[in-house]
Design a binder for this molecule. Structure first.
Ligand SMILES: Nc1ncnc2c1ncn2[C@@H]1O[C@H](COP(=O)(O)OP(=O)(O)OP(=O)(O)O)[C@@H](O)[C@H]1O
Length: 267
């Protein structure tokens, strides 16, 4: 992680200033000013192609931004990849899930942060499979996720089970920020309810969350604030507690039927 400057962020965990991503002539993300406070849960909504995942990818270092600043936990950051972001405390469930298909559940949960133990045969450390398996069972239990056999490789699991593993991985390590990009898109009713319970657990623990979702009911149930993206720009910042607006209003911002005052990026 390259730390450029220190910022006194007060109760802000994440801020983006002028965050922009162009793919050649495609302006996928334009000048996004965004603030997330510690403990706050914010939903990101918007039509297909509005720039939501692009926004997530620039924060988590999956891609290098065209311009703009990201300040996380008081540091100006420019992550070179998602592992760097994770090391800094950002856990992300990507739309693509980013699981290793040929590995089983414990190996996926601990990928890049394997537990080791001293080997009694010599002065070197080896992987502590037993402990990782036990922790995996505990993590799944805690999140309510049901996987029949954790030794199965990911490639032999259903779409819903894969999604659950990705979410359990995110929720089982205490992070400074969790980002979920459409975590329930491929899930059935029961699995969706489990994921929503995980989100509530994070809220109770005071852990901040960015939730990319198309699901209006879910968003109204779970978050404090809704940010709407339209054509790569943030076009609305709606505080669920303090403002009276309906799902129809949100849809109007998503479709462009309604345009808000210029978003200032201040909660
Ligand atoms: N690697 C890429 N190369 C070129 N264009 C891209 C690339 N990734 C995304 N885009 C374009 O950027 C725009 C924003 O895409 P993005 O995936 O961020 O949308 P989204 O809001 O997450 O949509 P969805 O809800 O469908 O996931 C789209 O026009 C998309 O086609």
């Amino acid at each position: 992680m390259s730390e450029v400057k220190l910022h006194d962020m007060g109760d802000i965990i994440l801020e983006t200033r002028g965050l922009t991503k162009h793919y050649g002539g495609v302006h996928a993300l334009e000048d996004a000013n965004f603030i997330l406070k510690k403990g706050e849960h914010v939903a990101i909504m918007g039509d297909n192609g509005a720039g939501k995942s692009t926004f997530v990818r620039q924060i988590t270092g999956v891609e290098q931004r065209t311009r703009g600043t990201v300040i996380f936990d008081g540091h100006e950051v420019d992550f070179k990849g998602p592992l760097e972001a994770r090391e800094a405390g950002i856990e992300t469930v990507f739309q693509t899930l980013a699981l290793a298909d040929h590995l089983d559940v414990p190996d996926n949960l601990f990928l890049g942060r394997e537990k080791t133990m001293w080997n009694w045969l010599g002065p070197f450390r080896r992987l502590d499979y037993k402990s990782m398996r036990a922790d995996t069972m505990a993590a799944l239990e805690k999140t309510g996720v049901k996987i029949p056999n954790i030794r199965n490789t990911i490639q032999n699991m259903s779409g819903g089970q894969r999604q659950c593993v990705a979410i359990a991985r995110t929720a089982s390590f205490h992070s400074k920020l969790t980002i979920m990009d459409e975590p329930t898109a491929a899930l059935g009713v029961q699995e969706t309810a489990q994921v929503e319970n995980i989100v509530r657990t994070l809220k109770k623990a005071g852990e901040p969350l960015i939730l990319v979702s198309h699901n209006m009911r879910q968003v109204f149930d779970l978050v404090d604030r809704i940010i709407v993206f339209r054509r790569g720009r943030i076009c609305a910042n709606l505080d669920i507690k303090n403002e009276s607006f309906t799902g129809e209003d949100v849809v109007s911002y998503i479709t462009g039927a309604k345009t808000g005052a210029e978003y200032e990026g201040v909660a």
